[in-house]
Design a protein around this ligand. Structure first.
Ligand code: AR6
Length: 174
């Protein structure tokens, strides 16, 4: 069974096969975790992103990690929160699902997600964490990923993930 772990910290420092970026549709960088990843990976990352022709909301595209400890970066584009009636939940779930598909394609065994859309894009953190955990629980096994880290930048987000992960009981073994 895939292990799901909540940790507090800076995603750019993680020694995993792949880290996920909370990008925008241009894939040409920005603030928040996107800015931190581009700074840590170096200018080669920007050059690689330029060749991808952007990315739709709810989708994700892969590049190498360049100077990062991680081998891959999966650039996911989360939805901007607009009150919840514009398909935001499904689009956010799409980010996690697509990243797990990329993980399978790139034979990733360990990966790390930030709390996509919960910063500048203002998605409510508790609702976003539920979607993140449910989607990863549903699709992780098939992806071949053994360990998924949910990287929380602050204590409040960590508390949400710890509480939700504790409440999700493992599936019954038959
Ligand atoms: N490591 C882990 N998590 C982080 C880090 C870090 N180094 N830095 C910030 N976070 P945001 P979004 C958390 O705003 O809401 C960018 O400009 C942060 O506390 O980075 O999806 C893009 O280019 C929050 O919980 O992403 C887009 O234009 C979470 O990461 C736009 O922001 C996501 O916050 C995307 O907005």
């Amino acid at each position: 069974m895939t292990e799901l772990i909540a940790v507090q910290g800076d995603i750019t420092t993680l020694q995993v096969d792949a880290i996920v970026n909370a990008a925008n549709t241009s894939l040409l960088g920005g603030g928040g975790v996107d800015g931190a990843i581009h700074r840590a990976a170096g200018p080669e990352l920007f050059a690689a992103c330029e060749k991808l022709n952007g990315c739709a909301t709810g989708d994700a595209k892969a590049t190498p990690g360049f100077r990062l400890p991680a081998k891959w970066v999966f650039h996911a584009v989360g939805p901007v929160w607009q009150g919840g009636g514009r398909g935001e939940d499904e689009l956010l779930a799409g980010c996690y699902r697509r990243c797990l598909e990329l993980a399978r394609q790139h034979e990733v065994r360990s990966m790390a997600f930030p709390a996509i859309s919960t910063g500048v894009y203002r998605f409510p953190p508790d609702r976003a964490a539920r979607i993140a955990i449910e989607t990863v629980r549903t699709h992780a096994e098939r992806s071949g990923v053994e360990t998924v880290h949910f990287v929380c930048f602050n204590r409040e987000t960590l508390d949400i993930y710890v509480r939700l992960l504790r409440n999700f009981s493992p599936p019954v073994e038959r």
